[in-house]
Design a protein around this ligand. Structure first.
Ligand code: APR
Length: 314
């Protein structure tokens, strides 16, 4: 029997709702939005709202809402945003304690109900939460990834495109390391329609743009006041889900478990990888300059500190 793919979104808040809409538009599979019982009809309401718009967008996927983790059953992909977002003045690390417990609950539910799923974590602080998810589920690390690098790279590409007055569509970039203030933007890896960025932009301008990229999430938090970015994080996670579901072999920067690559062992960190039907299929080791390598090492230290916190508190 031919059956559609199933995508479960755990956390039906701002990012969860955005992803449900994008999935319906792309027709990638049926969607279930899952949240906690305290949200009452919210997941069902969002699912029904999008269902009612399908005729407009020529979509035939089914969307349902639930407050029962048992509805994870049969999911091919699970995308997790469960937890709380930050408020103005907070860093992602301030969410460590509260979101760690949420990931434990959700991870146990995924392990029980969707043991074969490809799991994408978005909850912050990202590198520590995806590390915790892999630990709780015990899934092979090629099936548990974190969404951060796709977003950070897209933010850098956006700012480069704005500065040069070119289409964002033509800019490709890599932002590596942890998903925090220490993330590393790679100057020589930016391509503008195939032209290496150093031919088009001086280092000083790039450094200013890289600094804005590292603070881009905070910039949105300050503007929104009640929550953090949700459109671009949602789009980024769907790009990763699509690469898996369609076996695209896409080269995307994701938080993955490093086992010796970049001299890092047993930690989740953002690096360029291939995502295809087997999940994380290959990790690329990009050549960095001395100063980029030093910045990456510093970022790894920050990631390690949070992972140690997870180990000590779970
Ligand atoms: N199980 C399922 N859902 C949960 C759980 C849980 N144990 N705990 C919380 N949630 C739900 C909340 O009820 C809420 O609806 O997760 C949802 C989170 O949605 P928002 O508060 O709107 O947050 P959002 O902007 O979507 O961000 C979610 O992603 O980028 C990160 O920092 C951000 O950690 C945050 C997460």
């Amino acid at each position: 029997m031919i059956s559609r793919k199933k995508i479960a979104l755990v956390g039906a808040g701002q990012i969860g709702g955005t992803m449900a809409l994008v999935l319906a538009q792309k027709g990638l599979g049926d969607v279930v939005l899952i949240d906690i019982p305290q949200t009452e009809g919210m997941p069902k309401g969002k699912a029904l709202d999008i269902m009612e718009g399908r005729s407009v967008i020529n979509s035939s996927v089914n969307l349902t809402g639930s407050t029962d983790y048992a509805d994870l059953a049969g999911a091919d992909v699970v995308i997790v945003t469960a937890g709380v977002p930050r408020k103005p003045g907070m860093s992602r690390d301030d969410l460590l304690g509260i979101n760690c417990g949420v990931i434990k609950t959700v991870g146990e539910a995924i392990k029980q109900h969707a043991p074969e799923a490809f799991v994408i974590v978005i909850t912050n602080p990202l590198d520590a939460m995806v590390y915790n998810m892999q630990k709780v589920t015990g899934f092979p690390s090629n099936r548990v990834v974190g969404m951060a690098g796709v977003l950070d790279s897209s933010r850098l590409a956006c700012f480069v495109a704005m500065e040069l007055g070119v289409s964002a569509d033509d800019v490709k970039a890599i932002v590596m390391g942890g998903h925090g203030d220490t993330m590393v933007s790679l100057y020589e890896c930016v391509s503008v329609g195939g032209i290496p960025l150093p031919q088009l932009m001086d280092r000083e301008t790039f450094d200013r743009i890289a600094a804005r990229t590292a603070n881009a999430g905070g910039e949105i938090v300050e503007l929104l006041v009640r929550g953090s970015a949700f459109y671009s994080p949602g789009l980024s996670a769907i790009k990763m889900a699509e690469a898996y579901l369609l076996d695209k072999k896409s080269v995307l920067t994701c938080a993955v478990m490093l086992n010796g690559e970049y001299g890092v062992n047993g930690l989740y960190c953002g690096v360029p990888v291939i995502i295809g039907g087997n999940g994380v299929e290959k990790i690329f080791e990009v050549k960095m300059t001395e100063s980029e390598q030093a910045a990456f090492d510093k970022s790894v230290e920050a990631v390690k500190k949070n992972a140690e916190w997870v180990d000590a508190n779970t």
